[in-house]
Design a protein around this ligand. Structure first.
Ligand SMILES: *Cc1c(COP(=O)(O)O)cnc(C)c1O
Length: 526
């Protein structure tokens, strides 16, 4: 039986809904506001005579609107989310409870420091854990994401080169498997980017890297474990060669989840590395809350760290807020308001303390074990991109689809019908038709087994050649099918405008009919 079309456009209990502005009923309101007292306006002809254009809805309409929107949003709280490179692990509720304690939640960054000593101590505690786990001398706490941490690290490197009369170094080396933020960060910092090839094993080609080293090189950025889910075994040799050439070694630490509490980054000769608290330390990602990308620094780079810096003062804590002053004498400046994402620090410290170093060590071990379980089981039908075991993520190429009409994209879309968020696809770029899966340590064997059943089923179905039309049409069961993602990214329509045909009402409100602009939004969404 095929899927029926419905009169309402609704599918089961998944309801189609208009934009909130299109649900407007003039005069409807969810709140009773007091009558506006009579005042003499002092705004003269500056006074706004137009309606503000807010839609009128009842309270049940508003509640249903936002509840339905939240249900359209797939999240780690709703199911398995094997997105590679992103470490979508469970966000423990204990962390949330700690972040909501009034002593943390109800303070303001402009309070006198004497009244927020506990908050400063918490930042210092988080910094202490990060420095101890990595063996690094210092940590800049304020970067607000991994990419922001990369920027912080490269700004420190740039400042150090300038302070040492090495300002002519204008090139940063980045492996071709790198996350897009690496070359983007280098470019934002004013550097030219040169790509280093990977070897057949999926690791940095050390000989090629050495050939690129010369007096113009400012830094080398390497992800470890890398985006192919493999440990870069030659880091110490790389660090030695990079340092001998007068450059700095930046490590992208977004994959720190695979090695935390097992390896001291300082022992690899790293000069700077960001840590995504929203990956390794279980704090929510993006829409679930802001992230944080504290950046650990070697002794050589520490003096250039951004302000503010929390510093021990007597029995308590002080903060150095001004670059060029005191402990921040050589600081390159400020990159974030206040101290960064304080609420995220509370969650990360809560996680660190709940886990302990032994717990963190078990987490990194279990993350690697889970990824290798997927790698081994899925190899029954799929083709691993590299030989041998992986670290915290498993990457497959599309050789298993050769000779079929099904692509990596089709498999990913069909997985949505199976009720699984698709893994990362077509990344890393060095793997043809890549599917990059990161289960993390927080998934049970039962969840992984269920995912394996779906994946193997789809791989067999693709190879059978009997379901090509179904694959091309997938997802068949989702509220939306295949979006024009390129158009949505290149021509985003971010603003709703009322229908000009509606101007008879001249109150800037809409009857709900789409004008040209909104039709565009509709098309982009479809
Ligand atoms: C996630 C990630 C980043 C960027 O981190 P954001 O917090 O998303 O800015 C950088 N590099 C790698 C390898 C990543 O996985």
């Amino acid at each position: 039986m095929s899927i029926p079309t419905t009169a309402s456009g609704n599918r089961g209990l998944q309801l189609e809904q208009k934009l909130i502005f299109e649900q407007d009923t003039a005069g409807m309101t969810a709140v009773d506001l007091p009558t506006v007292p009579k005042v003499t306006s002092r705004l003269g002809d500056m006074e706004n005579k137009q309606a503000v254009g807010l839609p009128g809805l009842s309270e049940p309409d508003v509640v249903r609107h936002y509840t339905r929107l939240s249900q359209k949003n797939y999240s780690i709280d709703s199911g398995f989310y094997p997105l590679g490179s992103c470490t979508m692990k469970h966000n423990p509720r204990l962390n949330e409870k700690m972040a909501r304690l009034p002593g943390f939640a109800d303070i303001h960054p402009f309070q006198p420091l004497s009244t927020v000593q506990g908050a400063l101590e918490l930042i210092d505690t988080c910094a202490h854990w990060l420095k101890t786990l990595t063996g690094m001398s210092a940590v800049a706490m304020s970067p607000a994401a991994g990419a922001h941490g990369e920027l912080c690290g490269l700004m420190c490197i740039k400042s150090a080169h300038e302070a040492n009369g090495q300002g002519h170094r204008k090139i940063v080396l980045v492996p071709e498997s790198a996350h897009g933020t690496n070359p983007a960060t280098a470019a934002l910092c004013g550097y030219a980017v040169e790509a280093i090839p990977a070897n057949a094993e999926g690791r940095v080609d050390v000989a090629a890297l050495k050939q690129h080293l010369r007096p113009e090189i400012a830094a080398v950025m390497i992800t470890n474990p890398n985006t192919c889910g493999l440990f870069e075994r030659d880091c110490i040799a790389i660090a030695e060669a990079v340092h001998a050439a007068g450059a700095y070694f930046y490590m992208d630490g977004a994959n720190y989840n695979a090695i935390v509490a097992r390896l001291r980054i300082a022992d690899l000769g790293v000069d700077a590395m960001h840590i995504n608290l929203h990956k390794t330390f279980s704090t929510p990602h993006g829409g679930g809350g802001p992230g944080a990308g504290p950046t650990v620094l070697s002794e050589k780079l520490a003096p250039f760290a951004p302000v503010p810096m929390v510093i021990k003062a007597g029995k308590g804590f002080d903060a150095e807020e001004i670059a060029g002053h005191g402990a921040a004498k050589q600081s390159y400046g400020r990159m974030k308001g206040y101290h960064g994402q304080f609420g995220v620090f509370v969650r990360a410290v809560s996680y660190m303390m709940a886990m302990g170093v032994d717990g963190l060590r078990q987490a990194s071990g279990d993350a690697v074990l889970n990824a290798n379980y997927l790698l081994a089981r899925l190899s029954e039908e799929m083709t691993p991109a590299f030989e041998g075991p992986c670290m915290h993520e498993a990457v497959f190429d599309d050789r298993f689809l050769r000779g079929t009409n099904v692509t990596t994209l089709d498999i990913a879309k069909a997985l949505i019908d199976e009720g699984v968020h698709p893994p990362t696809m077509y990344f890393p770029l060095v793997v043809h038709g890549a599917l990059l899966m990161e289960p993390t340590e927080t998934e049970s064997k039962a969840t992984l087994d269920q995912f394996i059943v779906s994946m193997l089923h789809l791989a067999r179905k693709a190879k059978s050649g009997t379901a090509d039309a179904e694959f091309k049409a997938a997802p068949l069961l989702a509220p939306r099918r295949r979006l024009d993602e390129t158009k949505a990214a290149r021509k985003p329509i971010l603003r709703w405008l009322p229908d000009p045909a509606d101007n008879g009402q001249s109150n800037g409100q809409s009857s709900g009919q789409s004008n040209g602009q909104n039709k565009g939004a509709q098309q982009a969404a479809e």
